[in-house]
Design a protein around this ligand. Structure first.
Ligand SMILES: C[S@@+](CC[C@H](N)C(=O)[O-])C[C@H]1O[C@@H](n2cnc3c(N)ncnc32)[C@H](O)[C@@H]1O
Length: 236
């Protein structure tokens, strides 16, 4: 189990409830599909994995594209339990039914080169080591397959300034510590989109799409990246 999430009790917290409400609102209003569309995500007949799937909002959207196999994994069983009932309510019989597994990055229980598409939205701020996590996502991806990730940039905490005064400070402190020591001692680290793109290139992916969904005071708040796992001579 990853370092930042503990399962001390099984209760949904206020944060879980707020997150689930907002995630399903974005699904209902079409924002989720818009974000997937911005990355040119196609799922038909593909093996698709959503890592850090939370309450399954992206799985519900991805299932409509009729993938061959659809799997969601998350470290937090509470999200998976809610996700299971929400997805069962929402998806039509003709859509692909997702399997949900409780497991955590950086160790995924899948063989190398299993998936054509791996998505990992807003999870990187919570994993202990970016390169280790991205390498694991790339490992389970087929050569030529697509990795789609999103994260928070340095403008993101500014959204909280009025409401939770300590949260932006916590995020900036976490990012400063990570920048100086390479260690994520506090959760909710921010990552520069450029640094993530460079790491992706280092581990053998090419970055095809980089979108900035929101900027706050000129700084990137949320970014989305689509990257392809390069085929080696052995794969061709
Ligand atoms: C901000 S939520 C994003 C949920 C969903 N992907 C979305 O975009 O709406 C972050 C999710 O990552 C999960 N998570 C955090 N650390 C993880 C890890 N090491 N492995 C797998 N999931 C993790 C959390 O439980 C949570 O569901």
């Amino acid at each position: 189990m990853g370092k930042f999430y503990s399962m001390e009790n099984n209760e949904l917290t206020k944060w879980h409830r707020a997150y689930i409400k907002n995630a399903y609102l974005e699904l209902r209003t079409g924002k989720t599909q818009e974000q997937l569309g911005a990355l040119d995500i196609e799922t038909i007949d593909k093996n698709v994995l959503d890592v850090g799937c939370g309450p399954g909002n992206h799985l519900a959207a991805l299932s409509a594209g009729k993938p061959k196999l659809l799997v969601g994994v998350d470290i937090d069983e509470r999200f998976l339990t809610i996700g299971r009932s929400k997805i069962d309510e929402l998806i039509t019989p003709s859509s692909t039914f997702p399997s949900l597994i409780c497991t955590s990055l950086p160790t995924l229980p899948f063989a190398d080169s299993t998936f054509d598409l791996v998505t990992c939205f807003l999870v990187m701020p919570h994993v202990p080591d970016d390169k280790e996590a991205l390498s694991e996502l790339a490992r389970v991806l087929k050569p030529g397959g697509m990795l789609a990730i999103s994260g928070h940039g340095f403008g993101f905490p500014l959204r909280y300034l009025k409401r939770f005064r300590l949260k932006p400070l916590q995020m900036y402190l976490a990012s400063l510590i990570y920048g100086c020591t390479g260690k994520k001692l506090i959760r909710n680290t921010l990552q520069s989109d450029k640094k993530i793109c460079n790491t992706l290139k280092d581990i053998g992916l090419t970055v095809d799409v980089l979108c900035h969904n929101k900027r706050v005071l000129g700084s990137v708040s949320t970014y989305w990246i689509g990257a392809t796992k390069v085929k080696t001579k052995r794969d061709v």
